[in-house]
Ligand binder design. Sequence first.
Ligand SMILES: [Zn+2]
Ligand SMILES: [Zn+2]
Length: 348
Amino acid sequence: MLCFGRDFRMDFLTLFIIYTVFVLGSFIMVMNCSGREQFLQSCVNNLSKITACVLPVKLRCTACRMFNKVLYTRNPFFLVLHIVLEVVVYGEYTGELYGYCLEMEFTVLSLSIPYVLLMVKMIFFVMCCVKDPGTVTKSSQGFPLYSYDGVIYQEGIKCATCNLIKPARSKHCRLCNRCIHRFDHHCVWVNNCIGAVNMRYFLLYMLTLCAMAGDLAMLAVAFLQQLVLKSNLMQGSYIGEDGEPHPVDISFTIQHLFLTFPRVVFMLGFLIVVFLLLAGYLCFHLYLVLVNETSNEWFKKRQWNVIQSKHLKHKHKSAKCKSNYHRGVLGNIKEIFKPLTDVEKKHV
Ligand SMILES: [Zn+2]
Ligand SMILES: [Zn+2]
């Protein structure tokens, strides 16, 4: 029977606090940077209020300028951060987990899948970064890709910056400084807009990224599970603070794994959070594909409905935004993978 010398509750607590701060930080960062400008704005405002009490004015202004530059200009900060996080996770996988899993007789095929997913994901990631999302040009401004719904999109409106007629479903991106056909959102992680042309690559990128995080997390769980089973850890005992032996329970096992393989457990926690966020975000985008809506339209419709319901509060009826580009489920999917802007190019 295994017997552990001491109860390492304090070590665990310190490590767990660092871990929680790290994982929560990652969670907040991913939430705030997934295309929701309102979140970013409130984040900046709250941070300014907090720093106003702590930092001197000059330092605060510099920090504010840097923060605004990172969040409100087109720059590769999050793109580089994305690659750094990936290098850290794959470094840990290759340097530690891969070797342990081989020792535990995991098949090379199952251990190679994360590398295959990484390569496929990189292809879609590069496509998202470099492909023109569907910039509105002089020649494409008048092309009737979609009809104006008269609610979100009004006919004959010119973009004040580009000085071009805004086609229906297009929007001007302040970060890229151009109007984009079937604008969805500006993604800081790929440092590009997501629009009519690169939406298909964005979906496939999200899908492979999700699969990558899920596969790595499953391998880490399988390794920790095998470790507990093969070492008969649950059948052992440990000496508690009272000096008495206690049988190993779940809480002790988690603490033990945390302290023995901290990097693997850190990586697992991070991957689970990333996977859940990505899966949720991907499901939201798949729903939008099925109903033929963009994130921009979804958000504007909600805003429109809230305003209308306030106006009609006393009239016992609610008005719903009638904007609708639905062409049937198959038609909607086809529109993503064979964008109308491609059809347009063939005609020009
Ligand atoms: Zn514009
Ligand atoms: Zn943009």
